[in-house]
Design a protein around this ligand. Structure first.
Ligand SMILES: Nc1ncnc2c1ncn2[C@@H]1O[C@H](COP(=O)(O)OP(=O)(O)OP(=O)(O)O)[C@@H](O)[C@H]1O
Ligand SMILES: [Mg+2]
Length: 393
């Protein structure tokens, strides 16, 4: 077992059993939630997607079997069923329902539980690595520097790059965290179906298919979640709810891209703290430079590692104004990539409810976004040209 304790959720265990586990396996396991009733088991398990679920069978065998089946068919959580007896009939039922192991727990012994977790720890780690999509927050150094444009176009290149032969299309969802004035849905000209509140309300019954069918889906392949039009409902989505939504969505999407961050508000921090990467958008001007500098300092204090914070210099035009090198010098770190200034194209794409990448894939702007995309996915391998002429034998 690794040195870091594995998160577990206990379902249906009584206080004594819980204490027994904590006393004997405390250094190896970290109990993140304990729910005595199987009725609330699915809710608890779905809310803690990084934990192994330990389900005690004996008090409610039928309900626990049902729960095992529900979890195994809708979530990727590793389920271990615990029982005081080694009943072969039950073991078969439990394994058929999708549990990964069956372990014995007695009044004073949890060594079989330890064995099961030990054996499953590698599988659990692998699932955690595989199942989580990446979260990218697009943070605007200065209002109007192109965060929404970058978020949508980045989403589009990541989605297009995923359209390789024989591969499942990549799934990308864009989230607009600006609950008051967010314009992502206007930009992409979509009517929002499921908003944050609907996701929260239905989180525990949404499997992938239902989720994909419920979210707003743009014709270019991107999924979009934004605020709803009901002003009263907007205020009920708290920062911690947004965190839950991000954690939930990254289980179902390859990339979750967040737009609409406003400074270091609680909601912005909910996005930033849960991000694998942060893209700062700035334009080649002094106010942008000053704000980017300040943002970088705050990111440093928040201990966001430098290699995960990327600077995108948008609306870049080499001739007049400040150059990318001058911006980099002033910021004390390199500009990750530039995006050409092409107002006619970006404006036209917004008018047509799509992205510049979609509207003009061969444009300089699209090529620049492509470069940005390759930070997060591997570029396709170029086929080597063979210079040998074809010869008949
Ligand atoms: N590469 C570009 N070339 C030309 N114009 C651009 C480019 N990127 C964005 N724009 C234009 O800049 C304006 C602001 O862009 P956008 O709405 O994406 O910025 P934002 O940072 O999301 O703004 P806000 O702070 O209002 O959310 C828009 O009119 C957009 O068309
Ligand atoms: Mg915006």
């Amino acid at each position: 077992m690794s040195d870091v304790p594995i998160d577990v959720i206990l379902i249906g265990l009584d206080e004594q059993q819980e204490q027994l586990i904590e006393r004997n396996l405390g250094g190896q396991l970290n109990v993140v939630a304990s729910e005595p009733s199987p009725e609330h088991g699915l809710t608890t398990i779905a809310a803690n997607p990084d934990a192994i679920a330990l389900l005690f069978l004996d008090a409610h065998p039928e309900q626990m079997l049902r729960l095992t089946h529900q979890v195994s068919s809708s979530l990727q959580t590793v389920v271990v069923v615990l029982s005081a007896t080694r009943d072969p009939h039950r073991i078969v039922q439990v394994m058929k329902a999708g549990a990964k192991d069956y372990a014995i727990i007695s009044d004073d012994n949890v060594s079989d539980v330890e064995r099961a977790i030990h054996e499953l720890s590698a599988l659990h780690e692998q699932i955690l690595k595989d199942k989580h999509g990446k979260v990218i927050s697009v943070f605007s150094a200065k209002g109007g520097s192109g965060a929404t444009t970058v978020a949508a176009n980045l989403g589009n290149v990541l989605q297009r790059n995923g359209l390789e032969k024989g591969r499942e299309p990549r799934k990308i969802v864009l989230l607009d965290f600006d609950m008051d004035m967010g314009d992502l849905s206007i930009f992409l000209d979509v009517r929002i179906g499921y908003s944050y509140q609907e996701i929260l309300d239905n989180m525990y019954r949404l499997d992938s298919e239902l989720l994909y069918g419920s979210l707003t889906h743009h014709s270019n392949g991107l999924y979009i979640v934004s605020h709803c039009n009901n002003v009263d409902a907007m205020e009920t989505v708290a920062a911690k709810d947004l965190t839950r939504i991000v954690v939930f969505l990254k289980q179902h999407f390859d990339f979750v891209i967040i737009d609409g961050l406003r400074g270091f508000s609680e909601k912005s921090l909910a996005a930033l703290d849960n991000s694998d990467h942060i893209v700062i958008t700035l334009t080649p001007d002094i106010p942008s430079l000053r704000n980017a500098n300040r943002s970088l300092q705050i990111f440093g204090r928040l201990r966001y590692t430098e290699e995960h914070v990327h600077l995108v210099l948008n609306r870049y035009n080499k001739k007049p104004g400040i150059t990318a090198d001058e911006m980099a010098d002033a910021l004390g770190r390199p500009i990750t990539c530039t995006v050409a200034n092409d107002f006619p194209l970006v404006n036209k794409s917004a008018h047509q409810g799509t992205t510049a990448v979609d509207l003009s894939p061969k444009s300089k702007v699209a090529a620049d976004f492509q470069k940005l995309g390759y930070l997060f996915v591997d570029a396709p391998k170029r086929r080597r040209r063979s210079f040998l002429p074809f010869r008949r034998a």
